[in-house]
Design a protein around this ligand. Structure first.
Ligand SMILES: [Zn+2]
Length: 376
């Protein structure tokens, strides 16, 4: 599954080719003034030094935004030939701080593990345990609405991403090894500026590696018109690989394997391809409403993830009914909540996993509220 076809010791990324057929000619995204895409992070650490503070995560998001919007500092080093191909996504990735019901929400979830290289560990059924709370990982949070990013140690891979054909699956998202995440003193020195996430985000929106899926040949390509045909991956800012027909390889492209120091661009063609996939296969990421309703913003559901109980704090003059469902939609418990009270819902007897809590106002004054609750 992972790309393992080089004799070098450098770590690769795990991504299978995504077929980019039938891209729509007109993109619905063009009508939007600003694209905003929420991210959630699952920090699953074996060593507490990799339990990164929020500041590292926010800095990583800033790098991602710079890279996607043509604002990376290395843009100034591009040759004129490649500078004219620079793509600008005009997007803002942000840390999720309210959920789709406008309730305050923890966009950074944390869990300690004892499993070595959990990011690449597979259970007996061949599934990656990182994606499942019941197996020591963390369940994805509504992958159709948030981009889920797991930070977990991996054997021989820097990152893994699902392509758009995996949209909405429980394993949809990105895994990054902590030594390649953000910018901090523990980074691998070749990849210390946080561009691995930009590379994996390119895959998430359907981009292939710049050399296509076959390395060390000049036939296969990435399917993007304005990226030059490439012989194979580059790893260093100098000392680059052989070229195809003396065509300059675009070694500063985020979809190459080049060290972080000199990475600089997605092309306009790559940005168009990513937007096409966003506007067709990943539209749920953009379906966020207005969260300015003052009643909803007072409602709190915590702690989440929880162990023995959760508190539903209404702080509003409304009587609500609640129902708790399993992820497969089976109702486990239901009842009613009095106004203005803190209500404790016992989770003690439930097994670890993700549940759906639904709150309904029988009078119809409030919209139905749906919240995912994770029991660990
Ligand atoms: Zn890759």
């Amino acid at each position: 599954m992972a790309f393992e076809f080089f004799a070098f010791g450098q770590k690769k990324c795990g991504f299978e080719k995504f077929e980019m057929a039938n891209l729509p000619k007109t993109l619905v995204l063009e009508d939007r003034t600003k694209l905003r895409i929420p991210l959630v992070f699952h920090i699953v650490y074996r060593d507490k030094k990799f339990n990164f503070p929020k500041s590292v995560i926010l800095e990583q998001i800033q790098t991602l935004n710079d890279d996607f919007n043509g604002k990376n500092a290395q843009v100034s080093t591009l040759s004129p030939e490649f500078l004219e191909l620079l793509g600008v996504f005009d997007v803002e990735f942000y840390l999720a701080e309210v959920d789709s019901s406008c309730i305050a929400f923890q966009g950074i979830q944390r869990r300690k593990t004892h499993i070595l290289d959990l990011g690449t560990y597979r259970n007996n059924a061949g599934k990656r345990s990182i994606f499942y709370t019941s197996e020591g990982g963390m369940d994805a949070i509504i992958p159709s609405k948030y981009i889920n990013i797991w930070v977990a140690e991996m054997e021989s891979l820097r990152g893994i991403s699902s392509g758009p054909s995996m949209a909405n699956s429980l394993e949809d998202g990105i895994i990054i090894d902590p030594r390649y995440f953000g910018h901090h003193s523990l980074n691998d020195q070749l990849y210390e500026w946080g561009h691995t996430l930009s590379h994996e985000m390119g895959h998430y929106f359907g981009l292939n590696h710049i050399w296509g899926s076959l390395a060390n040949e000049c036939v296969e390509d990435d399917g993007i018109e304005d990226t030059p045909i490439s012989y194979g991956p580059n790893f260093f800012c100098r000392n680059r690989v052989a070229t195809c027909d003396r065509i300059n390889p675009m070694w500063q492209n985020f979809m190459d394997y080049t060290q972080d120091d000199c990475l600089a661009l997605f092309t306009a063609g790559q940005v168009n391809a990513m937007k096409a996939n966003l506007s067709t296969l990943r539209t749920g990421l953009l379906a966020w409403g207005d969260c300015s309703d003052p009643i909803l913003t007072k409602l709190k559901i915590f702690p989440n993830p929880c162990r023995d109980f959760i508190v539903i704090s209404l702080n509003t003059r409304a009587d609500l009914t609640y129902s708790l469902y399993s992820i497969s939609g089976q109702r486990i418990v239901n009842g009613s909540l009095a106004d203005g009270e803190n209500y404790i819902l016992n989770m003690n007897l439930l097994s670890a996993g993700t549940y759906i809590l639904e709150l309904v106002d029988p009078q119809g004054h409030l919209p139905k509220i749906t919240q995912l609750v994770v029991k660990i």
